[in-house]
Each structure stands twice: as structure tokens, then as C-alpha cells.
Design a protein around this ligand. Structure first.
Ligand code: CTP
Ligand code: CA
Length: 224
């Protein structure tokens, strides 16, 4: 049930959070996805709710349940996610924590693809999905005051994330190392660096909930 009485520094603020993976269909029974559990995005939505914000939580098919007390908008594909974010605006803040599939299959079929006996796999044609973070960052009148992206990298994390922040035009980027050896993808902890226009703050490894609380506090402070 929705909490009626809100308290905290984010009361009166609307935040859009994207979370989880997207699924891009190949045929009715198969899809392309990624290893995102949705844990970090879910924790961020909960932390912003706890500071009093009204939260529109746009989530792909995540393996963790969405938080209580937020508006949950469930989507499958990147294009549905973009449309849901569009419909949720205007907002004071956008936090794009989703692991959006970079490509979709353009020759997806309405019927299950069958083996044809030749031993040859079907050829999947793919095209690039819309970049939701770059699109939100580039809005004029409807641009949220603060746009926060994530940069999941496996190498040259700070360098890649700094370039990504500039390229996408967001205000902050939360950089994290998702190399398999870190156990972050699908795990309970995260180790991030918060990168702004002229600063980079390395946070110690902590639970995804603790990262979320600290990020929510930083967001509240930036808006104050
Ligand atoms: N993102 C998005 N829409 C996309 C791809 C990414 O909104 N189609 C957002 C993610 O939610 C994240 C940020 O952009 O906040 C960075 O995602 P990432 O996958 O690290 O960046 P990409 O630009 O897709 O670059 P890469 O080639 O490294 O995957
Ligand atoms: Ca990507």
C-alpha cells in the first residue's frame, strides 16, 4: 500500500528510475537479455522513496521484486522502456540504472523458429536500440534537473565512464566494474565511483542498498 504521509528532503519531487534488464525477442519463446538482476535500481528507487520522493519505477523483467510505495511500470524491451520513461516525464530527477539491451533482433518472428534439418543456425539481424539516457539528457524543456546514468565497464572503468558521461550528456555517472571476478553483476554488493562534471568520488565497496542510500542523499543535496 502506498504511504500517504511523506517526509524527507525529496518530498514534492518526482523521480524516474529505470531498472533491470530488457528482453529483446527473437521469436515468441526466445529472447536476448543480460545478467542484470535489477537489485541496484530497485534499491535506488526504495532509497529515494524513503527520502520522500514520488518514484516512477520503470523496470524490465528483473529477478528481484520492485519496492513498495513506488509506481511500478513493467516493460520488456528497450523501446517499451523509452516510451514508459517518456510517459512518466516530467520529473525532477532521472536515474537510469537499467541494463538496456544494446541491440534488438530486427528479423524476430511471430512463430517459433524451427530447426530445418540443415544443421545451420538461423541468422539474426540486429539493429541498435534507442539510447534512453542520451535521449533524456538531450531533452530541452522536459529535461529533468538532474540526470544520472550508470556505466557498467569491465576495463578502464574511470576512463570509459568519464567519456560515457560526456557522450551521453548526463550530469552524473555512476561507474562500476562489472568484471566477472568482482561478483557485482547479480551480487549483493557494489563498488562505484560517482563521476560529475569536474569530480570523481570513489566509494568503498558496500551493499547495493548502502550505495543506493548514499546516492539518494547526494541527489537530495544537489537539488536542495
Ligand atoms: N542506457 C540507456 N539506453 C541504452 C543503453 C544504455 O538508457 N540503449 C543507459 C544505461 O541505463 C546506463 C548508461 O546508459 O545508465 C550506460 O549504459 P552502458 O551499457 O554502460 O553504455 P552504452 O552506451 O550502451 O555503452 P557500451 O557499449 O559500453 O555498452
Ligand atoms: Ca550497453
Amino acid at each position: 500500500p502506498e504511504t500517504k504521509v511523506r517526509r524527507g528532503p525529496m518530498v514534492g519531487r518526482h523521480v524516474v528510475v529505470t531498472s533491470g534488464p530488457t528482453h529483446e525477442p527473437i521469436d515468441p519463446v526466445r529472447y536476448i537479455a543480460n545478467r542484470s538482476s535489477g537489485a541496484q535500481g530497485t534499491a535506488i528507487a526504495a532509497a529515494l522513496r524513503d527520502l520522500g520522493a514520488r518514484v516512477s519505477f520503470v523496470t524490465g523483467p528483473a529477478s528481484v521484486a520492485p519496492p513498495d510505495g513506488v509506481d511500478v511500470i513493467r516493460v520488456e524491451t528497450a523501446r517499451q522502456m523509452r516510451d514508459a520513461v517518456d510517459a512518466a516525464l516530467p520529473a525532477d530527477v532521472a536515474v537510469m540504472a537499467a541494463a538496456v539491451a544494446d541491440w534488438r533482433v530486427t528479423n524476430a518472428l511471430e512463430r517459433k523458429i524451427k530447426k530445418d534439418g540443415s544443421g545451420k543456425p538461423p541468422a539474426l539481424e540486429m539493429s541498435e536500440n534507442p539510447d534512453i539516457l542520451a535521449w533524456v539528457s538531450g531533452l530541452n524543456k522536459r529535461r529533468p534537473t538532474l540526470v544520472v546514468g550508470f556505466a557498467a565497464e569491465t576495463n578502464d572503468v574511470i576512463e570509459n565512464a568519464t567519456a560515457k558521461r560526456k557522450r551521453k550528456g548526463c550530469d552524473w555517472i555512476v561507474a562500476n566494474d562489472v568484471s566477472p571476478s568482482t561478483g557485482i553483476m547479480g551480487g549483493t554488493e557494489n563498488a562505484v565511483t560517482l563521476i560529475g562534471p569536474d569530480s570523481a568520488e570513489e566509494w568503498p565497496r558496500m551493499s547495493k542498498e548502502a550505495v543506493a542510500r548514499r546516492l539518494a542523499e547526494a541527489i537530495a543535496e544537489a537539488l536542495a
